[in-house]
Design a protein around this ligand. Structure first.
Ligand SMILES: [Zn+2]
Length: 318
């Protein structure tokens, strides 16, 4: 995960929110990072994260909303990455909490089933919709460093219906989010820099947003300056090359034929071009005796001079 993503998540754990929002946030965290298992016929819920601040945050949310203290466990990963994995484990309260968080629901014959998408009750108010996205981002979100080559923010979830619901929720804020299926699950992502900035603002990562925008503005400015320079250099090269070719041809005509042998309108263009090698065709047209001659007319006359020079070349070679 990028350092910027880690920094944003740490900031999000410090966002103060009302109880309605805390429930939405915790629901997203548990839905994405929770694992339900059966132990002696009762439900056990583990909510895992590799981020210690998020683990503490989950603990605080459980305590504040339900007055319960999850059991906290730490596993050291030895093989893959060396990050610790933190568990918030619920045993006797797991079922009650999962029902209240609208992750499980009672179906036919009191059977427990998983809720499709996101229960509308959780995200009724705008504040709670933001909170849900905040929870989802803390659970499995990542975002490229703003100075990296490309803009990318994503949230991964195992379930297709959940990914679709998160995507819809993001797009209620006009974030242009999309879903793609990957090996690690369903990925909801945003690709546009300004939309990533808006997302950070929506979920309350204001410090991170400021940093993101600072870097982005610098980068975009550098890019547009580079584009401008490249573009001007390219045009300049083309103009210079054309002028050099024209002058070479005019000198050939002067040597082999004499400019006074040319019709007046060609001779005039040739003389002005020799005198001002660096000017554009439009400027050249304005400097001709008799006043304003259009760019295309100047171009036509110069091409005529090119033809004459080419004929002279063929003649001298032959
Ligand atoms: Zn709320």
């Amino acid at each position: 995960m990028s350092s910027f993503a880690a920094q944003s998540k740490n900031e999000l754990t410090r966002v103060e929110s009302p109880p309605c929002c805390r429930r939405a946030e915790l629901s997203a965290l548990v839905r994405i990072n929770g694992t339900v298992s059966l132990h002696r016929r009762s439900i056990v819920l583990d909510v895992t994260t590799e981020n210690a601040a998020i683990a503490r945050h989950i603990f605080t949310l459980f305590k504040g909303l339900y007055g319960i203290h999850p059991e906290v466990l730490v596993r050291k990963k030895v093989r893959l990455k060396k990050n610790n994995v933190y568990f918030n484990r619920l045993t006797e309260d797991a079922k009650r909490v999962l029902l209240d968080l609208k992750i499980l629901q009672r179906g036919h014959g009191d059977r427990l089933t998983q809720t499709e998408g996101i229960d509308p009750e959780l995200i009724r108010s705008s504040c709670c919709r933001r909170a849900y996205l905040r929870g989802a981002f803390m659970a499995s979100g990542s975002v490229n460093n703003p100075d990296s080559g490309s803009y990318h923010l994503e949230i991964v979830t195992t379930y297709q219906d959940h990914a679709a619901a998160i995507c819809r929720l993001m797009n209620r804020f006009h974030l242009h989010a999309k879903v793609i299926e990957r090996k690690k699950g369903y990925v909801v992502y945003i690709k546009e820099g300004d939309k990533i900035g808006e997302f950070l603002s929506i979920i309350g990562a204001h410090q991170s947003l400021l940093h993101f925008e600072d870097v982005r503005i610098m980068k975009d400015m550098r890019n547009s300056v580079n584009r401008l320079v490249n573009c001007e250099t390219a045009n300049l090269n083309k103009t210079i090359q054309a002028a050099m070719r024209q002058i070479e041809n005019i000198r050939l005509i002067e040597r082999e034929l004499g400019l006074d042998q040319l019709p007046a309108r060609l001779r005039e263009v040739a003389e002005v071009r020799l005198k001002y090698p660096e000017i554009t065709l439009t400027e050249l047209g304005q400097m001709l005796p008799g006043g304003k001659v259009s760019k295309s007319a100047v171009n036509h006359r110069l091409r005529k001079l090119d033809e004459i020079a080419n004929q002279l070349r063929r003649h001298t070679e032959g």
